[in-house]
Design a protein around this ligand. Structure first.
Ligand SMILES: CC(C)[C@@](O)(CC(=O)O)C(=O)O
Ligand code: SF4
Length: 415
C-alpha cells in the first residue's frame, strides 16, 4: 500500500505497517523539554528513583520560558535542571543564552522522518522539516526520556497544497490563519496535516515553521511539510550537511485535501479572544495599539526580523515595540545584516531568545485595557498578561506597520 508521510514515519518507528487509528509504541529520535516543563519531567523521574536516560545524545534541553530568570522561583527551577544535566552528563543542554526550544530543535536537531516528542505543545514546529513532532505532558516525556519510546494513536492524514507564490507582506502566518479561518480550532483533532509546496523556494523554512508551529492551534497531532529542496537547503545552510529526505509514496491516500493559492492571500489577523477569530487586516485596521511584540517560536526567525526592519528602516515607532529573535543564531544573523541596528534606531526594545511576553511571563506583560499586536500564536483572555488586555495575532509586516502607525495597519498601505 502506498504510504503517506505520517504512515511511513510511524511504520518505521514502530517496526510494523501502521494505519490511522492504530495504537502504537514508537521509538523516539529526539526527546526534549524546557525549563518550565523540565522541572516536572525531572520530578517524575526522581520520584520514580530513575537515574538513567535512554540515550544521552537524544535528549535536548533548552531554557526559554524563564530565560533569563525573572524571579527567584524561576532561578531555582533552572538550578535544579542544571544539576540534573550535570548528574546525567547530558551534552545537548542549552542554557539561557541559546534560544527558544522549538527554534533550537529546528536549527540544530530535527530531521526529515524522525519522531520528536517534547514537553510543550508547540513541538509541532519541527514538522517544518518533515519530522513527526508532537507535544506531550511531562509524565509522557519522562517515560520517553527513560525508555526512548512513546505510545501514540496513528493520526488520520490530511493533505494541504500550497500553490503559487505569496504576494508582498504575506508570510507563513497568513497560511496558518487561513487554515484556522477555514477549519476552526478543533477540526483537525486526531489528524496529521501534510503540506505539499508546489514551488519550494516560494515558501521558505521560516514560513513553514510558522505554519507547523500553529498546527497545534488547529488541534492537529502533527503538521509536517513534505521534505523537498528547501528542506535540504535549510539543513545544509544551518548545519553544513545534506539530510536524507523522507517523502510520501505516490498515490498515498488522504482523508481529504485542501488547496491554498498563495497569491490570493491577504494579510490576516486573529482578533481577541481566539486564534480562529480570523479577519482580514482591513476589517480591524485603525484600532489603537499600545504594544507590539515581534518574536516567539511562531515568528522570531530571520525573515520575520528582516520584514520588521524593512518596514521600520529610518522611521520611528509610535508605540512600544518589543522585538525578540527566537535564538542566539537568529539574533546574530539579524545583527550581522544590520536589522538589529535598524530596529533599535526605530525605537524598538530588542533582546534575544526568550518566550518572555508570549506567555505573559516577563519582558513586556500586557496591562489592563491594553491592545497588543503580537506575532505569537495564542490570544485567549489573559495569555499575554491582564485579563482585560486584547491581543491581535498577525504576521511581522502587520505588526511592524502597526508599531509604526500606533494603530492596526495594513503594511500594503505604507510600504
Ligand atoms: C508553557 C506555555 C506557556 C506553553 O509554551 C506551553 C505549550 O505550548 O504547551 C505555551 O505556549 O502555551
Ligand atoms: S514562545 Fe510562546 S508559544 Fe513558543 S514555547 Fe514559548 S511560550 Fe510557548
Amino acid at each position: 500500500m502506498p504510504q503517506t508521510l505520517t504512515e511511513k514515519i510511524l511504520s518505521r518507528a514502530s517496526g510494523k505497517e501502521v494505519s490511522p487509528g492504530d495504537v502504537i509504541e514508537a521509538k523516539t529520535d529526539i526527546v526534549a523539554f524546557h525549563d518550565l516543563t523540565g522541572y516536572h519531567v525531572i520530578e517524575v523521574m526522581e520520584k520514580a528513583g530513575i537515574e538513567k536516560v535512554f540515550d544521552k545524545s537524544k535528549i535536548v534541553i533548552a531554557f526559554d520560558h524563564l530565560a533569563p530568570p525573572p524571579d527567584i522561583r524561576s532561578a531555582e527551577i533552572q538550578v535544579m535542571i542544571r544539576k540534573f544535566v550535570k548528574k546525567m552528563g547530558l551534552p545537548n543542554f542549552h542554557d539561557i543564552n541559546f534560544g527558544i526550544m522549538h527554534e533550537v530543535l529546528l536549527e540544530k536537531y530535527a530531521l526529515p522522518g524522525q519522531v520528536i516528542v517534547a514537553a510543550d505543545s508547540h513541538t509541532t514546529t519541527s514538522g517544518a522539516v518533515g519530522a513527526f513532532a508532537q507535544g506531550m505532558g511531562a509524565s509522557d516525556i519522562a517515560a520517553a526520556t527513560i525508555t526512548g519510546k512513546t505510545w501514540l494513536v496513528v493520526p488520520t492524514p490530511f493533505k494541504v497544497e500550497l500553490k503559487g507564490s505569496p504576494g508582498k507582506w504575506i508570510t507563513g502566518k497568513d497560511v496558518a490563519l487561513k487554515l484556522l479561518q477555514e477549519f476552526k480550532a478543533d477540526y483537525f483533532n486526531g489528524m496529521s496535516i501534510e503540506v505539499y509546496v508546489e514551488n519550494p523556494s516560494a515558501f521558505p523554512m521560516d514560513y513553514r515553521a510558522t505554519v507547523s508551529n500553529m498546527g497545534i492551534e488547529m488541534n492537529a497531532d502533527a503538521l509536517m511539510f513534505i521534505p523537498d529542496e528547501e528542506t535540504k537547503n535549510y539543513i545544509k545552510t544551518m548545519r553544513g550537511y545534506e539530510p536524507a529526505l523522507v517523502t510520501p509514496d505516490p498515490g498515498a491516500k488522504y482523508t481529504d485535501e485542501y488547496t491554498i493559492e498563495l497569491g490570493k492571500l491577504e494579510p490576516l489577523v486573529a482578533a481577541p479572544y481566539s486564534v480562529d477569530n480570523v479577519k482580514t487586516v482591513n476589517e480591524v485596521e485603525g484600532k489603537e495599539v499600545d504594544q507590539v511584540f515581534i518574536g516567539s517560536c511562531t515568528n522570531g526567525r530571520l525573515s520575520d526580523i528582516e520584514i520588521a526592519a524593512k518596514i521600520l528602516k529610518d522611521k520611528k515607532v509610535k508605540t512600544r515595540c518589543i522585538a525578540i529573535p527566537a535564538s542566539y543564531e537568529m539574533f546574530k544573523r539579524a545583527m550581522d545584516l544590520g536589522y538589529i541596528e535598524t530596529l533599535v534606531n526605530a525605537g524598538c526594545i530588542v533582546t534575544y531568545g526568550t518566550c518572555g511576553p508570549c506567555l505573559g511571563g516577563h519582558f513586556g506583560v500586557a496591562g489592563p485595557g491594553e491592545t497588543i499586536v503580537s506575532t505569537s500564536n495564542r490570544n485567549f483572555r489573559g495569555r499575554m498578561g491582564s485579563n482585560d488586555s486584547k491581543v491581535y495575532l498577525a504576521n511581522p509586516a502587520v505588526a511592524a506597520a502597526s508599531a509604526l502607525e500606533g494603530k492596526i495597519t495594513d503594511p500594503r498601505s505604507i510600504a
